[in-house]
Design a protein around this ligand. Sequence first.
Ligand SMILES: NC(=O)c1ccc[n+]([C@@H]2O[C@H](COP(=O)([O-])OP(=O)(O)OC[C@H]3O[C@@H](n4cnc5c(N)ncnc54)[C@H](OP(=O)(O)O)[C@@H]3O)[C@@H](O)[C@H]2O)c1
Length: 287
Amino acid sequence: MACEACEQDTQVVHSFTGIQSLAEQTALITGASAGIGASLSLFLAGKGFHVFLVARRAERLQKLKSEIIKNGGLCTIISADLTKESERERVYNETVGAAGHINVLVNNAGFGWYGYYQDMPWQLAKEMVAINMVAVMQLTTLFLPGMIQRGSGHIINIGSIAGGLPNQGIAVYAGSKAFLDAFTTALYRETHGSGVTVSVMRLGPVKTEFFDRARKLENGFSVPAERYAISTGSVNRAFWRLLSHPRRVMYVPGWLWISQFVEVLFGPVIDLVGPLLLKREKQKTEK
Ligand SMILES: NC(=O)c1ccc[n+]([C@@H]2O[C@H](COP(=O)([O-])OP(=O)(O)OC[C@H]3O[C@@H](n4cnc5c(N)ncnc54)[C@H](OP(=O)(O)O)[C@@H]3O)[C@@H](O)[C@H]2O)c1
């Protein structure tokens, strides 16, 4: 049986993006080869979007494309390393060349690392800044003017509650997500009344390859929050609510809105307890 509320949301999304036909809906998803991005790509293709998938691992993207096409969807893949300026420009040129425009830009590609900043290889820190922050900025620079010109569009940045919880072990990661919070808020206000929305999704832990990747990086420990991870399906459902009812911030799961008060209320306690938790993780890794 068709869900009436879902149907209504779909109509709202179409009217919001200013598109008449389903086939004209386009979404560019970065970091589409795994985790949240891969799941969201399948989900949006199922909703009728022509999805443009970007990541480095071409074979993974190809597999996803086959699945989407088998299900009757539309998909274009672009293998690119988004830490590089010229690659981001190529992604823009190829997407606009193929689709003419993008209605929804999802800045999702990123990675984390957990450990003492003094042990974080400089190369890794630079890579994290390039993908978690600079790529988001440059893709916004490239795609936002067209959206403003057309008077419609939605840029959704995949942030984290870590942006408001600058805890021990995630100095650069928390900084990069705090940047996304500030960048999004400013752009949300700048674009007010233009027909374009810029939003940030502040996610709690989600079951993906994120934790495995972080663990395997040089000098990194296991991220303790992994045990509380939710499914990517929950992120997809929240994403759809955000598209149909655009707003500046969305917490996933919803109850995590409370996280914005944790640092303010408990900062001095975390100052004392936090270092012990990180030390414990280091000891576990060394065993
Ligand atoms: N999982 C969580 O608990 C969690 C919580 C809060 C926020 N987030 C955020 O959610 C986003 C997605 O993470 P995830 O959990 O889905 O992790 P994931 O499963 O490890 O996926 C990360 C994606 O980013 C892509 N990527 C990484 N570096 C790239 C580069 N240089 N160029 C292009 N693509 C690149 C990867 O593709 P390739 O390796 O193929 O390039 C992959 O598709 C990240 O921004 C993360 O910070 C995750």
